[in-house]
Design a protein around this ligand. Structure first.
Ligand code: SAH
Ligand code: SF4
Ligand code: F3S
Length: 471
């Protein structure tokens, strides 16, 4: 057992980050031929990308993926800790799986992702979920093959989720789930320690990948026909700050654009580290998409301070307006938390005012959720959940109004769309605009996989309808 613990999870030292190469295949390659696995991913793009690595590792072992949990020899839950309901979903799922395991004793059940790194979750599993086979932490996904192999041999619960600052593992195999769009990690972990957030404890310290490794990966994606990359990190604007080689996010964006990949995106941007140099690079390169996710969290300075966000509402607005001015047609989306401990009605009103002012293209909105071990967990809170729910409802109405208004502006316009596949809507294809808006469109199947011109015929809050225009 290698249990996570909060004390170590909080630790940040100046120790150098070690980069290693993945090499596990020698022991277990093809050792589980004909076995099947089911994987369910919760949480953010980083977790989705981790799942792409894990799928590839399992396939290298000879396993086949199935979509029906009941048919699987291995059930893997790649979990998220960000809010309480993410937890609840996973524990609900574990209840179903326990039931299944009573009839199918030989199945292997594993849990990975951020929940694996939580002291309390790991303790609970150790004490109350002894029937599970393994818990593998976020720092250890490169060890997946060994722990899975061992789990098929011996039926005892194994936990390998130490709270360490973290390493970088290069050259892990990857089974990309989209043929045209690829995720590329540029950094791991987070050192921002916003007071409500659990990520710095579950993902370790900020570690930037070496620029050559990143660019090499993008170049090979171009060669393989990918049209779009998303540079991933909790805080991509801080890329390179831990490397001391004078190479920053603006440089990385520029070098990524120069590989010739047709579309470059990046997420997530913390307003704190967004430099003018970055804005200039985004404005300069046509293949860096005019679409920026810029979480604001709150429109009130006192709450922002309590959240540890390190900017004021005015500073956010200054950055926001600069982006709007310098990057033609830029779409800006955001994240907002309502009901932070003791947030008053007036303070909430400041958030509504900010939304009125910014008219975001899209906003992901959340009710504050207490996370074990974070500073905000200890903050006294006098606001009832009903009040918080009402605020969320009010905020969503406003957010949706502006999402629709922004989309309506595109009616009649011709926009570039990367067409991905047939849409859930019958007879339509689907894809995303340069500004990252979902479009359902009429057009021939041959345009799947390319960036084409689409005339927007109809705009809704969450999506657009359109028609393919031949050049
Ligand atoms: N690294 C990103 C955010 C990643 S988490 C950033 O700082 O911009 C995604 C979003 O989840 C956050 O922006 C925040 O709005 C929300 N979130 C994080 N912790 C939360 C909590 N304890 N309760 C409610 N929402 C939370
Ligand atoms: Fe969490 Fe803040 Fe880090 Fe984002 S920047 S992952 S919100 S601690
Ligand atoms: Fe969730 Fe971990 Fe991502 S907490 S949002 S899966 S970094």
């Amino acid at each position: 057992m290698n249990m996570p613990n909060l004390k170590d999870a909080r630790k940040r030292t100046k120790e150098e980050v070690i980069t290693k190469n993945y090499n596990n295949e020698k022991t277990v390659k093809n050792k589980l031929n004909n076995k099947t696995f089911y994987i369910k991913t919760y949480g953010c793009q980083m977790n989705e990308h981790d799942s792409e690595n894990m799928i590839a590792i399992l396939k290298e072992m000879g396993m086949n993926r199935v979509e029906d949990m009941e048919e699987a020899d291995l059930i893997l839950l790649n979990t998220c800790s960000i809010r309480e309901n993410a937890h609840n979903k996973v524990f609900g799922m574990l209840g179903r799986i326990k039931h299944l395991k009573q009839t199918k004793k030989n199945i292997v059940v594993g849990l990975t992702g951020c929940m694996a790194q939580e002291e309390k979750v790991a303790e609970d599993i150790k004490n109350k979920y002894k029937w599970m086979d393994f818990v593998l932490g976020t720092h250890n996904i490169h060890k997946l093959s060994n722990i899975v192999y061992d789990s098929f041999k011996e039926k005892i619960l194994k936990i390998d989720a130490p709270s360490i600052e973290g390493e970088i593992i290069e050259n892990m195999p990857v089974d990309r789930q989209n043929k045209y769009k690829a995720y590329v990690n540029i950094m791991y972990g987070c050192d921002k320690f916003c007071t409500y957030c659990i990520v710095p404890y579950t993902r370790g310290k900020q570690r930037s990948r070496n620029k050559n490794d990143i660019i090499k990966e993008v170049e090979s994606l171009v060669k393989d026909g990918y049209k779009e990359v998303t540079l991933l990190g909790q805080n991509v604007n801080a890329y390179g700050k831990d490397l001391n080689d004078n190479y920053n996010m603006a440089n990385l964006l520029e070098d990524t654009a120069k590989t010739g990949i047709e579309r470059v995106r990046f997420m997530t941007s913390h307003p704190w580290d967004f430099t003018d140099e970055m804005i200039d690079v985004i404005a300069k390169y046509k293949n860096i998409m005019p679409s920026i996710h810029l979480p604001v969290q709150s429109g009130n300075d006192k709450i922002l301070k309590l959240m540890g966000r390190r900017y004021t509402k005015e500073e956010y607005l200054t950055l926001f307006n600069k982006l709007k001015k310098k990057i033609p047609n830029v779409a800006i989306s955001t994240d907002i938390i309502v009901g932070f401990p003791n947030e008053t009605d007036e303070e909430f009103q400041d958030t509504l005012n900010l939304v009125e002012e910014c008219k975001f293209d899209l906003a992901y909105t959340f009710i504050f959720s207490k996370r074990v071990g974070t500073p905000a967990e200890k903050m006294k809170d006098s606001i009832t959940i009903e009040e918080k729910e009402q605020r969320l409802y009010k905020l969503n109405e406003l957010v949706n109004k502006y999402a629709l208004l922004n989309n309506k502006k595109l009616e009649g316009k011709i926009v570039p769309v990367l067409v991905e596949q047939a849409s859930d809507k019958d007879g339509f294809l689907m894809g995303y605009t340069d500004t990252n808006k979902l479009v359902n469109l009429k057009g021939p199947e041959k345009i799947i996989g390319s960036i084409v011109n689409v005339k927007i015929t109809d705009a809704k809050t969450w999506s657009l309808n359109g028609e393919y225009i031949e050049k």
